[in-house]
Design a protein around this ligand. Structure first.
Ligand SMILES: Cc1ncc(COP(=O)(O)O)c(C=O)c1O
Length: 306
């Protein structure tokens, strides 16, 4: 049987449900995390838990259970669902209360839901063949650093990508034409100097845990990198490009808006970083993501602080 965890109980996945006045359901008032499971082990668990802690703090939602208990439930879900490869999804909302935009007063317990999903990473052709992306205007709010379940703009752009037969939509800041990130992943290019480029972690993107691990791998592999925003034009002129997320690892991008990137094939830097990431996920490398709560509002603030 497939199990889901809902507020203290392990239930058959098909019967699992939350209350209609859960604020997650009514206001998207909650946060989530997705942690990859490889060979039965959670990848970057600590960094994901640290990011969850920050997301909760930013929204003034308390932990629904103590952190070690959360980790215990994750382990139990993996065990009950016989999960070797796939993901653990966890969602925390502010809880159940009569509908009113302002936070409920009085003791409302945050709600916790957890599910798992089996995935066969070894069989996924995206890693070997690469994927196509489109670009689309970024329509989101100004606190994209918080991993909230409020994902409607992301869904709309992902739907556009799907309709275009593409894997992802790279979202573009309408003010300056730079790429922020994908709808469920971070965006990367290798520029004409051979430098790895990705946007710095500010309030304009979600700081991917996979992103942090890849930066560590780039360092180990001697791949030079710069954290700087890049435009759609720069991306289309890039030698290579890829997306990263807990379940995309390093997924090469071979086409943007129908235009081939480099020679239109998966390039050497992508291969090197993916190989490094796979070794890390398999426990053959140890140095990965270290989360930091300190995220500036924008690039200008980051520059002032530096
Ligand atoms: C908008 C967005 N950016 C980036 C990421 C990548 O984050 P991570 O590497 O922690 O999965 C995600 C993952 O879901 C995301 O939704």
């Amino acid at each position: 049987m497939r199990y889901a965890y809902v507020n203290g109980r392990y239930l058959p996945h098909k019967d699992a449900a939350v209350h209609i006045e859960d604020r997650g359901y009514q206001f998207a008032d909650g946060v989530y995390e997705v942690v990859t499971v490889k060979d039965g082990k959670l990848v970057d668990k600590q960094a994901h838990m640290d990011r969850l802690d920050r997301s909760l703090k930013e929204l003034e939602i308390a932990w629904p259970v103590a952190r070690p208990v959360m980790e215990m439930i994750m382990g139990e879900m993996i065990r009950r669902n016989g999960l070797r490869d796939g993901l653990v999804y966890m969602q925390v909302t502010r809880g159940v209360a009569p509908r009113n935009h302002a936070f409920p007063t009085g003791a409302v317990r945050p709600a916790l839901v957890m599910t798992t999903k089996k995935m066969n990473f070894a069989k996924m052709t995206k890693f070997t063949d690469g994927v196509s992306v489109i670009t689309a205007p970024d329509m989101r709010w100004t606190r994209r650093d918080i991993k909230t379940i409020s994902l409607l703009p992301n869904c709309l752009n992902k739907q556009k990508a799907t309709e275009a037969g593409c894997y992802e939509a790279w979202q573009v800041d309408p003010k300056d034409g730079t790429i922020t990130e994908g709808t469920a992943s971070n965006a990367w290019i290798i520029n004409d100097k051979g430098e790895l480029m990705t946007r710095p972690a500010t309030h304009r993107i979600l700081n991917g845990v996979t992103r942090l691990t890849i930066l560590k791998i780039a360092e180990q592999e001697g791949v030079p990198f710069v954290e700087r925003a890049f435009s759609v034009e720069e991306a289309k002129r890039a030698k290579e490009a890829f997306v990263s997320s807990a379940t995309s690892f390093v997924t090469p991008v071979v086409e943007i808006d129908g235009q081939p990137i480099g020679d239109g094939k998966v390039g050497p830097v992508c291969k090197k970083l993916l190989a490094g990431y796979n070794e890390y996920a398999a426990g053959l490398r140890t140095e990965g993501a270290v989360w930091s709560d300190d995220i500036p509002a924008d690039e200008a603030e980051a520059d002032r602080a530096a």
